[in-house]
Design a protein around this ligand. Structure first.
Ligand SMILES: Nc1nc2c(ncn2[C@@H]2O[C@H](COP(=O)(O)OP(=O)(O)OP(=O)(O)O)[C@@H](O)[C@H]2O)c(=O)[nH]1
Ligand SMILES: [K+]
Ligand SMILES: [Mg+2]
Length: 444
């Protein structure tokens, strides 16, 4: 484990603030409380104290202190918390006083969570959920992250491993009884039935992985179309602020411009792109290349067709495309009008009058709910999905070779168990650990 000893950090947000929470974790937590507050107090009980600089006895703050003895604490170690007045100097002077204490050092990003993981308080999937919970920007993301941080995937994996061990035991027994007639064949048949059921459950969890990833990163909606179709105007209307430059000059937008929206708790990233056309200058050409790149990665493309121009077909691509008629205020509105004769146009909007915008937003929100909504999925990260993929492949190897010797089947089952262990960090995954813990801020 990186750096033993007692660590401390400001765990709440940047001062000045109403309250600032400084956390200390490790064998020296009790000593830190005694040194600054004089007494430790009853476990898990808030206590009002005058904090003093241990060297000069100068009062630093009137604060609430609390002591959580390990191992029933957030890190599994002794924890002391100081709930300070959140002034810059109060926080700085308390941190300085702690830093002068023997055996205490400032924590690095993610240190507290790393200790919780090392001490078995949280499994790796729960750690990832905690990172997502801190980063959650919409209530849908929060719901998913909270399930993950509470150990939903860890609990499922534990159940699968238990079943796997039961299956492996049957196969091992069939090897032991290999000279007793029908017994070994019966054991293997029972194992195969259980294996098929396990396969189904793991595969079902993996089915939700794409949904989980989308919820974490946000659904990507790309606005595309010919120059001057009203793309940037639509982006601004959706964002309700002037994010992108709008002008009558075709080729105004070059860079892809993103805004993050919260649609009924679901995260949606809307991207405005350069208008697609031939014969553009080199800078605009680069913008058009970027527009194509964004469309290729989109979950949904809004293809804009202005009412005052002949329609151009959207380029072929993998993402679903909605054709959206723009500048509806110019169309006149009569049934004989050329614009309303176009087939397959899903929405007609005007950013000038505001017409049709609410319906478009509601439709996008419904599509987002379709793609990421519902019960939080068990699998929310590519790393988890990859490990489960390996486990599933090994399960299929074990079950899919009817003529293979039980010894080979047992070997496949061991591989599956190992891959399941990786999901929750039970087996050595040191390289991914660093990457995961670095996402945390200092004090978490
Ligand atoms: N009448 C009318 N004009 C609009 C509407 N939306 C945009 N426009 C005008 O159309 C012109 C182009 O709008 P932009 O939003 O810059 O179009 P764009 O598709 O982003 O253009 P490029 O970035 O150059 O590809 C501007 O003069 C806008 O004021 C609308 O709903 N009605
Ligand atoms: K323009
Ligand atoms: Mg534009």
């Amino acid at each position: 484990m990186r750096g033993a000893g007692t660590i401390f950090a400001l765990s709440s947000g940047r001062p000045p603030a109403g309250v600032a929470v400084v956390r200390v974790s490790g064998a020296g937590a009790r000593f830190a409380l005694e040194a600054l507050a004089g007494v430790v107090g009853a476990p898990r009980r808030m206590r009002l104290a005058t904090l003093r600089d241990p060297a000069t006895f100068e009062p630093l703050d009137r604060a609430l202190t609390v002591f959580f003895p390990g191992p029933a604490s957030a890190t599994g170690e002794d924890i002391a918390e100081f709930h300070l007045h959140g002034g810059l100097a109060v926080v700085a002077d308390v941190l300085a006083a702690l830093g002068r204490l023997q055996g205490l050092r400032l924590a690095e990003p993610g240190d507290f969570t790393r200790r919780a993981f090392a001490n078995g308080v949280m499994d790796l999937a729960a750690v990832e959920g905690l990172a997502d919970l801190i980063g959650a920007a919409t209530s849908g993301q929060r719901r998913q992250a909270l399930a993950q941080a509470s150990g939903a995937l860890g609990a499922a994996v534990a159940g699968w491993r238990e079943r796997l061990i039961g299956i492996a035991a049957l196969v091992e027994a069939s090897i032991d009884f290999s000279d007793e007639g029908d017994v070994p064949a019966d054991l293997v048949a029972t194992a195969r039935t259980a294996l098929a059921a396990l396969d189904r459950d793991v595969a079902a969890a993996l089915d939700g992985a794409r949904r989980g990833e989308r919820m974490r990163s946000g659904l990507v909606v790309v606005i595309a179309g010919p120059p001057n179709a009203g793309k940037s105007s639509l982006l601004n209307a959706l964002a309700r602020r002037e994010v992108a430059i709008v002008s009558a000059l075709p080729g105004t937008t070059r860079d892809a411009i993103e805004v993050h929206l919260d649609l009924d708790g679901l995260p949606v990233t809307v991207i405005d792109t350069a208008g697609l056309r031939e014969g553009a200058d080199p800078v605009e050409k680069e913008g058009i290349r970027r527009a194509h790149a964004r469309m290729a990665l989109a979950d949904l493309v809004l293809w804009l067709e202005p009412a005052d121009e002949p329609a151009t077909p959207p380029p072929a691509g993998a993402a679903p495309v909605w054709r959206v008629g723009t500048k509806r205020d110019l169309a006149g509105g009569g049934p004989s009008d050329s614009d309303s004769k176009r087939d397959g146009v899903r929405h007609r909007v005007s950013t000038r009058s505001g017409a049709g915008l609410d319906a478009l937003v509601a439709d996008i929100a419904a599509a987002a709910a379709e793609m990421v909504g519902g019960e939080p999925p068990l699998v929310t990260r590519a790393r988890q999905a990859q490990a489960l993929d390996v486990a599933l492949a090994a399960l299929r190897d074990a079950g899919g070779r009817p003529d293979a010797a039980p010894e080979l089947m047992a070997e496949d089952l061991r591989r599956a168990a190992r891959a399941l262990g990786e999901v929750v960090g039970m087996v050595d995954v040191e390289d991914v650990l660093d990457a995961i813990f670095r996402q945390f801020c200092v004090g978490k």
